[in-house]
Structures are given as structure tokens and as C-alpha cells.
Design a protein around this ligand. Sequence first.
Ligand SMILES: *Cc1c(COP(=O)(O)O)cnc(C)c1O
Length: 356
Amino acid sequence: MLDGWIDLRSDTVTHPTPAMREAMARAEVGDDVFGEDPTVRRLEEVAAERMGKEAALFVASGTMANLVSLLTHCGRGDEVIVGDQAHTFLSEVGGMAALGGIHPRPVPNQPDGTLRLEDIEAAIRTEDVHHPRTRLIALENTHNRCMGAALPPDYLRAVRALADRHGLRVHIDGARIFNAAVALRVPAAELARHADTVTFCLSKGLCAPVGSLICGPAAFIREARRVRKMVGGGMRQAGVLAAAGLVALETMVDRLAEDHRRARRLAEGLAEIPGIRIEAHRVQTNIVIFELDPQLPLPEEAFLAALAERRVKILRWGPRRFRAVTHYWIDDTDIDQALRAIAEVVGQAMRGPHLS
Ligand SMILES: *Cc1c(COP(=O)(O)O)cnc(C)c1O
């Protein structure tokens, strides 16, 4: 419960915890553009270590983290192989093309969030005067639009081998990579090791108010620091934000298992409600995607409004489709209450005037 709401729209709605606010108030700061903010430096060191990379860079958002990474990997006219359901392709305002002249080459995402190796291979450009140059393969872990699916180490290893055969680089949009690590019971570094660069968000399930990190080789991060400045992302006394990020990394990762358990409970509960369609077995992490039966006389807007009257918020996620995400501010009681609210609203629609 957050401000009297059961807000399941996203894990981005999470407020900072009391421990984070405390750390923010006490944070040692300096001018980070001069490299003088000790708290940002510490956060970058801890992040790099968690991902098993040489260095890291603190940026304002996940979108900026991916943009700066892509701008650092690719020049104008270079091509990136990316999932057709990827956040970088669908939900980042076309930044790679608009700001970097980078050409996305979408390949179908499978329901488990992967790109088939043969699809990737077929998308790699040959040396030809007509072709852009393929530079990078971009993956997403966990995969937001694929029900929060976690890409396992074996798959990532196979993509790495394919990339190496063709002289390509690999980037992981790991906005929720800690959810993947917890679900797969491996250290995050085991997932990151198969990529050249990985980004992750502090501001989602980890509850920090703001911020993401780019992790990779030291030379890459040096260049990314210049690109961050170019896109206006050089922040000054950013230590007040980094302080919350350190609390997030130190205390909020292992507890993600609770969010995953609650997401499964929510999915299993939804599966029992007539009028709801869900593949509950697909829920691996904290993202639940479900649909209203097309026959049900309940418009999407009416569904959301009736839930809001019951203090429950979920996100519209396509025609007849909705997303609910569990997080730190959602407890077992909230899950029960959300299920009751959904059952009530859907049940009323089923019995509604249309059928009587
Ligand atoms: C949220 C998200 C991002 C972007 O994060 P913002 O901080 O909202 O810019 C990138 N990739 C994925 C998969 C996400 O879910």
C-alpha cells in the first residue's frame, strides 16, 4: 500500500525507503562532473563489482543508460539487432535513431524473451555496398513485455559465442537484471559476463528514487562519460541520489524473491477468476500480464475505473490486456485485496444487465 493505493502499475512507483531517505540526508557530495562526488564514485564501484565489470557510470534513467550505451557502441548508420518487443526499440522514443543515426534491426522476441539464434544470425549483414554495418546485439533481461521472463546463462553464452563468431558486441538492457538473477538463483555477474555492457535500474524493484548504471570495460565507460555529458546527463552533487542507490544495492536485492512469490500468487489467483485469461505458469519474476475475455461486456476504461474505486491501480497494456507489477510496497494483504477487487468487478460484468 502506497498513499492508500494498491499501485500495481509498475515497480517504478516505489518510494524510497526510510533507510534511503536517511542515507540521502547524510550523503557526502561533490561535483560529479569533476569526478569529485565520493558517493557517486562508491556507487559506481559497487555496481561494477556486482556486474563483474571494470567500471560503471551513474546516469539519470534507464532510457539514458541504454541511449548512452548505444551511442558509445555505434556510429551513424551502424545497425543494432534488437527484439521487436524490446524496450529500447518500442519505448525509448526512437532515441537511438533520432540522436545517434543508429539503425535498429528488429528480430521477433519469443514468448520467453529470447531472440532465436538463427534469427539473429540471419539478420547479420554481409559486406555489401548496400548494407549498413551490423555492430551490436541488444538483449533485455528480464524481458518486460514477455511477462518478465529471465534469460538464463546458457542462452546468453550462446548469443555471446554467435556474436564472437561475427565480431559483434553484446549489450544487455538489464533494467531488472537483479530480478533475473534472483529468479534464476545466480549472481547478476553470471548474467552480465556474456555481454560487453549491461545497464540496470535502481529506481524500479530496488526502490531508489532515481538512477541507473552502465557497466562495462574501463575504456568504454570513459567514452560513455563523454557521451553522458553530451546528452546533458552530467549531474553535480548527485551523491544524494547515489546514496539511495547504495542502500538499494546493499539491502534490496535479495528481497526481490518476495515480489516474485507475490506475483505468482497474483497470477494463480487471476487464473481462477472466470473472464480473465492468463498464462500463469509463465510468471517467473515480478511482472504479470493478463487479458479480459473478449466476450466479457466490460470496456477497458470501465474496468480500470471500477478498480480505481476500489483503490487498485493496474496498467493498460494493449487491447484487452493489462499489466500488474509487484514491488516493495505491495504485501500479501494487498494481493488478496487486489484479487478480490478484480473478481468483484469482472463478476459484476458477467452477471451484468447484458446477460439478465
Ligand atoms: C523501465 C525500463 C527501461 C527504462 O527505464 P527508465 O528509467 O524508465 O528510463 C529500460 N528498459 C526496460 C526493460 C525497462 O523496463
